[in-house]
Design a protein around this ligand. Structure first.
Ligand SMILES: NC(=O)c1ccc[n+]([C@@H]2O[C@H](COP(=O)([O-])OP(=O)(O)OC[C@H]3O[C@@H](n4cnc5c(N)ncnc54)[C@H](OP(=O)(O)O)[C@@H]3O)[C@@H](O)[C@H]2O)c1
Length: 322
C-alpha cells in the first residue's frame, strides 16, 4: 500500500516521504480500515510517540496521522461490534502506525460508525477537533447552560468546534484570535470577539471557563479573567497559570465512541460544522504536511475517492452470494 512515513527524527520533514509499505494486519480486537479520508496535526514530528513505542524503543519508519474515516476491510481475532464493509471514523493510537496510508490497523473500540449521509472528509475532520472540544468543555471544564466561556483561537480548527458546542449547550461564548479572525470566529458561534493583538483581555470581565489552545503568556493572562473557583482548560501542555481558588487542567484528547456519535448527530442535523481548509490527495500529502505558509482550517487527505466498495469486500460479498 501507499503510505507516508517519518524515517528520521533528526532529519525532521526531510525524512518524511511517500513509500510502499505492506498492508497492516488486524491484531486481537483490531479492525483494518481502508482509509477514505485522513487528518493529521501539523506538529506530529515533535511528538515522542511519532518516534518511539510506549517503552521508548525506536519505531521508525512510522506513519503519521491519527484521524480517519473509511471502511472496515478485516476483523482481528475476537473483534466484535463492527463488521466488514461498515463505514467508520475515529482516532488511532498515538504509538501505532497512523492514517496517512491506504490502510490502518486500529482498535475497534477507537472507532464509531459513520452514518451513510456524512462525507468521509467531514468524518475525518470532526474526530480530533470535535473530541478535543467536547472533552475540554464538558468533561474537564464541566461547562453548562448559563455559564460563560472564553475560547482562544476561536477561528481555528479546535476553537471553532469549541465555540459551536459551547453555544449549543447554552453558554455565552467569547472568542479570541487575531484581528482578521473576527468574522470567522463569529460565524462559528462566538457572541463576542477579543482581538488579542489590540484589545485588552482583562476588559471582558469574568468568565466561568477558559478553553485555551494557545498556551504561553496568553494562558497565563487568561487566569485573571476567570471567576473565583472557575476553570482553565488547556490543550497546549502543562502551565503554571491558575485561576484563584479554581482548577487548571491540561489534557490530551482520547478516543470516545459515545462522544463521536453525539458529534456526528449534530453534524447531520446542521447544528455543527467542520472547519475544513485544504483537501489534498495522498500523493500530495508530504507537501500538505510540510506547509510553510499558514493554512486556515483542517487539512484533509483524500486517500480513496468514493469509487465503490474496496475490492476485498466485493470479493467477500461475491463469495457469500455464490
Ligand atoms: N492536547 C490535545 O489533545 C490537542 C488536541 C488538538 C489540538 N491540540 C493543539 O491545539 C493547538 C491548536 O490546534 P488547532 O488545530 O485549533 O490550530 P489552528 O487551527 O491553527 O488554530 C489556532 C488559532 O489561534 C490563532 N492564533 C495562534 N496564535 C495566536 C496569537 N498569538 N494570537 C491570536 N491568535 C492566535 C490562529 O490564527 P492564525 O491562523 O492566524 O495563526 C488560529 O486561528 C495546536 O497546538 C494543537 O497541537 C492539542
Amino acid at each position: 500500500m501507499k503510505a507516508i512515513v517519518a524515517t528520521d527524527q533528526a532529519a525532521g520533514m526531510a525524512g518524511v516521504k511517500l513509500v510502499e509499505r505492506p498492508e497492516p494486519q488486524a491484531a486481537i480486537n483490531d479492525v483494518v480500515v481502508q482509509i477514505h479520508a485522513s487528518g493529521f496535526t501539523g506538529d506530529e514530528l515533535t511528538w515522542p510517540s511519532t518516534w518511539t513505542d510506549r517503552v521508548g524503543r525506536d519505531r521508525t519508519p512510522s506513519i503519521p496521522g491519527h484521524e480517519l474515516a473509511g471502511v472496515v476491510t478485516a476483523l482481528g481475532y475476537g473483534t466484535n461490534g463492527l463488521s466488514i464493509g461498515q463505514r467508520v471514523f475515529g482516532l488511532t493510537d498515538w504509538y501505532r502506525d497512523g492514517t496517512l496510508a491506504e490502510y490502518v490497523a486500529v482498535e475497534a473500540r477507537n472507532l464509531t460508525p459513520l452514518p451513510g449521509d456524512v462525507d468521509f472528509g467531514v468524518g475525518a475532520a470532526l474526530v480530533m477537533p470535535g473530541l478535543t472540544a467536547w472533552q475540554g468543555l464538558f468533561e474537564h471544564g464541566r461547562l453548562h447552560a448559563g455559564q460563560s466561556v472564553l475560547v482562544h483561537g476561536a477561528a481555528g480548527v479546535v476553537g471553532s468546534m469549541a465555540s459551536q458546542l459551547a453555544r449549543e449547550a447554552g453558554a455565552y461564548v467569547i472568542g479570541t484570535g487575531r484581528a482578521a479572525a473576527r468574522q470567522t470566529a463569529l460565524d462559528f458561534g462566538a457572541q463576542e470577539f477579543v482581538d488579542l493583538d489590540n484589545d485588552a483581555l482583562e476588559d471582558i470581565g469574568e468568565v466561568d471557563l477558559v478553553f485555551d489552545v494557545l498556551g504561553g503568556d496568553i494562558a497565563k493572562r487568561s487566569a485573571s479573567v476567570i471567576r473565583a473557583g472557575g476553570t482553565l482548560v488547556t490543550v497546549t501542555g502543562p502551565t503554571e497559570a491558575r485561576p484563584s481558588g479554581g482548577r487548571t487542567i491540561d489534557f490530551v484528547v482520547e478516543p470516545d465512541r459515545a462522544q463521536l456519535s453525539e458529534l456526528v448527530q449534530r453534524v447531520r442535523v446542521g447544528r455543527l460544522r467542520t472547519n475544513i481548509g485544504e483537501v489534498a490527495a495522498l500523493d500530495d500529502a508530504v507537501a500538505a504536511f510540510n506547509r510553510t505558509e499558514r493554512i486556515k482550517g483542517k487539512t484533509i487527505i483524500r486517500v480513496h475517492p468514493a469509487r465503490g466498495l474496496p475490492k476485498s469486500i466485493q470479493e467477500t460479498r461475491k463469495a457469500a452470494s455464490a
